[in-house]
Design a protein around this ligand. Structure first.
Ligand SMILES: CC(C)(COP(=O)(O)OP(=O)(O)OC[C@H]1O[C@@H](n2cnc3c(N)ncnc32)[C@H](O)[C@@H]1OP(=O)(O)O)[C@@H](O)C(=O)NCCC(=O)NCCS
Length: 168
């Protein structure tokens, strides 16, 4: 089921095991009367979330319902169970996020009682690989990033940012 919701993820078994060992995360499952799994919701507790006033907050990491059983309230029931568990832990808000093109989930969130808080653009930048201590240096770190070596700044790996100009 997780692979249906997160097809880009490669190791669902490892991620499931990681979540299972995390006391701040839980997954609710639902099944048909015949006992076949047909939906899940994964919840975590995050220190804070955009748009929420309280800390920490519950966070709907993912929710999925088998395609032929959608639009029958299964998602809403999963969410209801999640809310009850979070409230029992003393939390007062539940946050979530949805991709911009997932209009069905956006509609479901509104129907489930969420209000849109804000829209953000997510970024990712790969970090330069750090060499192992003692390994032979293949080049001077920092030069390509506009940084100059400063051996006294150990906490920054011996790098100091380029000088800044005072604002008028
Ligand atoms: C989003 C999803 C979990 C909703 O599950 P669900 O069991 O169908 O949700 P519910 O039956 O509780 O629907 C609640 C409300 O959401 C809205 N909604 C749900 N599906 C809808 C659809 N296809 N079109 C329009 N509105 C829809 C409706 O208002 C619905 O209430 P209504 O049926 O009384 O009109 C399900 O569509 C799904 O698994 N989608 C694929 C995975 C996904 O996108 N997950 C969310 C990632 S953020």
């Amino acid at each position: 089921m997780a692979a249906q919701l997160w097809p880009e993820a490669t190791d669902h078994a490892a991620e499931t095991a990681e979540l299972a060992g995390n006391p701040d995360s839980f997954t609710l499952l639902t099944e048909t009367v015949q006992g076949s799994p047909c939906g899940f919701a994964t919840i975590s507790i995050r220190p804070y979330a955009n748009g929420c006033a309280s800390r920490p907050v519950g966070y709907l990491e993912g929710i999925w319902v088998r395609e032929d059983l959608r639009r029958r309230g299964v998602g809403g029931q999963l969410l209801q169970r999640a809310e009850e568990q979070l409230a029992a832990r003393g939390l007062t808000e539940l946050a979530s996020d949805v991709l911009l093109d997932n209009l069905i989930s956006q509609g479901a969130h509104l129907a489930w009682g969420f209000s849109e808080a804000e829209r953000v653009v997510c970024y990712c930048k790969p970090l330069a690989r750090r060499e192992e201590p003692g390994a032979a240096s293949a080049g001077e770190p920092g030069r390509s990033a506009g940084m100059r070596p400063d051996p006294q700044l150990q906490g920054m790996g011996g790098l100091t940012p380029p000088p800044t100009r005072d604002l008028p």
